[in-house]
Design a protein around this ligand. Structure first.
Ligand code: NAG
Length: 170
């Protein structure tokens, strides 16, 4: 062992002996444990059933990822397919709230995985269309749709912009 290292260890040892007050140590430990407990509690309360893993956030068994760039529909769809996912589909108010919450700015339109074929709308991920929330101010003649902060689905065409939320089945 080098002399310097030895002296350092000796010094630490002496400090340790000097501060070897058992009660103080216990209290310090307790404080750390209490702090951790509070952190865990807060994390459980704030996240509910949401857990974050890399860029993907899990919610009710599905995974979601925000790609925070504004694109047109086709680019957005391609970006999600590259992630082995699809543009987000929405099946409840709660899911819409969750999805909007993924966007930290909260003032952007988010592309939906909706497309119109003939006069029938469907989800690109193949899930059932069992919930709709259209903005009633619009007519026909649109191909795609976005989820605005108002939560009312707003129809767009090829020239409509939005940010990207991808969704995976697991
Ligand atoms: C609607 O469809 C989704 C996706 O298939 C499913 O998870 C959900 O349970 C359905 N909701 C209702 C109310 O049927």
């Amino acid at each position: 062992m080098k002399r310097k290292t030895f002296l350092l260890i000796l010094a630490l040892f002496i400090v340790e002996i000097a501060s070897n007050d058992c009660q103080a140590k216990l209290e310090r430990k307790q404080k750390i444990i209490e702090g951790l407990r509070e952190q865990i509690k807060q994390s459980m309360e704030s996240n509910n059933d949401v857990t974050r893993c890399n860029d993907w956030t899990k919610y009710q068994g599905k995974s979601y990822k925000l790609i925070p760039v504004a694109t047109r529909h086709n680019e957005a769809e391609a970006a999600c397919r590259k992630e082995d996912a699809q543009l987000v589909s929405i099946h409840s108010d709660e899911e819409a709230n969750f999805v909007l919450g993924l966007d930290p700015n909260g003032d952007q339109n988010l592309h939906l995985g909706l497309s119109k074929s003939g006069d029938k709308w469907s989800w690109s991920d193949g899930t059932e269309m069992n919930y709709t929330k259209w903005d009633s101010s619009q007519g026909n003649g649109f191909k795609w749709a976005v989820l605005p902060p108002s939560k009312r689905w707003y129809k767009i065409n090829d020239d409509g912009w939005g940010q990207i939320i991808c969704k995976r089945a697991n």
